[in-house]
Design a protein around this ligand. Structure first.
Ligand code: TRP
Length: 452
């Protein structure tokens, strides 16, 4: 293929690509969602299925996304189309990229609302207004926040502007600078928190909860949630990693790089769980509290511990940073597409898309108040966007990307990018052709036809 670089620019080094992709992968999915869905789905067995999905489905699909992006050096729609054409197939494969962009828009609109909750909690921690609260009081404070659309709108707007600003600044100045500073800070803060959690009395219980496998607690729905989450947490199935891959230099090894990203993402999720569950158990709280887990239980815990206010502020800043570097990556593929297709400026594309997702976000934040009557299949807008993207659109996008990489792309082109030892290439190829699509199809099938 003729393009040596993307018109959007390139990452300064392989290390920056790892940082940026890890910044995308590590987000609310790891710190907010992973602990609460682990709590809701009974712990250990769920964690094991999740780890298996990361290894057997997520990592191989991530390799496919990176190589497709890097080969074409274009936005996901055009990248899929070009790579298809090179292998003698139809450019219509670009449609997968289109569905991906829609997923990105839907995810951003609820993601930004949760990002707004996090910003609000930085303020709450700073002012110390929750010091010493009971879990009931913390629960009603969270409920009051959800029922207050004006406050939510302010924070959602701030979070949207922060994300749009970085995307508008472009991949070198914006995403790269943000990531270079924020990712290392995030790791340091998380380790400090884990250190604290180890000193609480609940560490052993938290550890057992996450790593004791009780398969009687596993349901098909839990398997679907685990699978869907493996896409969500690795930013797969919608073109984010493809877009980031298109800015990657040619000399970097895709296999090793992807393993590093997948490993870091998994590490952060597990450490987040190990930091959160001991705090919850040592304070006698319920691990299955749902989406409020972090926002209700942690302020209670922070309100009781020594230096709790400091740890609380740090913790919510950490989550905001993680959410920010992920939110950026939800917008980047579509912005790249708008620039390349409509030949408009990055600033214009970022603001245009930004206004769209911000407006959709209003429907999500209104789900808890003025729009609570609007439901889709019995779910409010917020839950519906989360459900349909994580559990359906991303896995479907993933199946198509896998089938595309396995059956459409000629082996010699795939191997030209991946450069894997031939035995590993065979494994990867089998995963693309069979394992990944079949695993996703089985789980989706049982979701639609539940076993009684
Ligand atoms: N992976 C991020 C998280 O865990 C969210 C995210 C960013 C994402 N970009 C994505 C999810 C693309 C799916 C697809 O919070």
């Amino acid at each position: 293929m003729k393009n040596k670089t993307s018109i959007q620019g390139s990452w300064a080094s392989r290390w920056i690509f790892i940082l940026a992709a890890t910044g995308s992968a590590v987000g609310l999915g790891n710190i907010w969602k992973f602990p609460y869905i682990t709590g809701e789905n009974g712990g250990g067995a769920f964690v094991l299925v999740y780890l298996a999905c990361i290894l057997m489905v997520g990592i191989p699909i991530m390799m496919a996304e990176v190589f497709i992006g890097r080969r074409a050096r274009k936005n996901p729609i055009n990248a899929l189309a070009d790579v298809a054409e090179e292998s003698g197939s139809t450019k219509k494969w670009g449609i997968i990229g289109l569905m991906g962009m829609l997923s990105g828009v839907l995810i951003f609109s609820f993601y930004s609302v949760v990002g707004g909750w996090v910003l609000h909690y930085i303020k709450v921690m700073l002012t110390g207004e929750m010091i010493g609260v009971t879990s009931d009081a913390a629960g009603s404070a969270f409920g009051a926040l959800l029922a207050d659309p004006a406050t939510l709108l302010g924070w959602h707007t701030l979070f949207s502007i922060m994300s749009i600003a970085v995307v508008a600044a472009g991949i070198n100045k914006g995403i790269e600078t943000a990531t270079r500073i924020m990712m290392p800070a995030l790791f340091v803060l998380l380790i400090i928190l884990l250190g604290y959690a180890m000193t609480t009395g609940g560490f052993a219980q938290g550890w057992n909860f996450m790593f004791e496998f009780d398969f009687s607690k596993l349901t098909w729905n839990a398997a679907l949630v685990a699978l869907g989450h493996s896409f969500f947490t690795l930013s797969l199935g919608m073109g984010t990693i493809m877009a980031y891959g298109s800015y990657m230099t040619k000399d970097a090894s895709i296999g090793k790089t992807v393993l590093a990203i997948g490993g870091l993402d998994t590490l952060v999720a597990l450490v987040a769980g190990l930091a959160i569950f001991p705090i919850i158990f040592s304070n006698g709280m319920d691990p299955a509290a749902g989406p409020g887990l972090m926002f209700i239980s942690l302020p209670v815990a922070f309100g009781q511990m020594a230096f709790g206010q400091l740890f609380g502020v740090l913790f919510f800043i950490l989550i905001a940073v993680a959410a920010w570097t992920s939110a950026i990556s939800l917008l980047e593929p579509t912005v790249a597409f708008l620039i390349e297709r409509l030949k408009i400026k990055r600033m214009t594309a970022a603001i245009g898309l930004g206004i769209t997702v911000w407006a959709l976000g209003i429907a999500c934040l209104g789900s808890f108040s003025f729009m609570s009557d609007v439901t889709f299949f019995g779910k409010n807008t917020f839950d519906f966007f989360d459900y349909i993207t994580a559990n359906i659109m991303l896995p479907l996008g993933g199946i198509f990307i896998a089938l595309f990489a396995g059956w459409v792309v000629k082996d010699k082109f795939a191997q030209d990018e991946l450069q894997l030892p031939s035995a590993v290439f065979k494994l990867w190829n089998i995963s693309m052709k069979f394992t990944a699509p079949i695993a996703v199809a089985i789980v989706l099938y049982f979701l639609i036809n539940p076993m009684k």
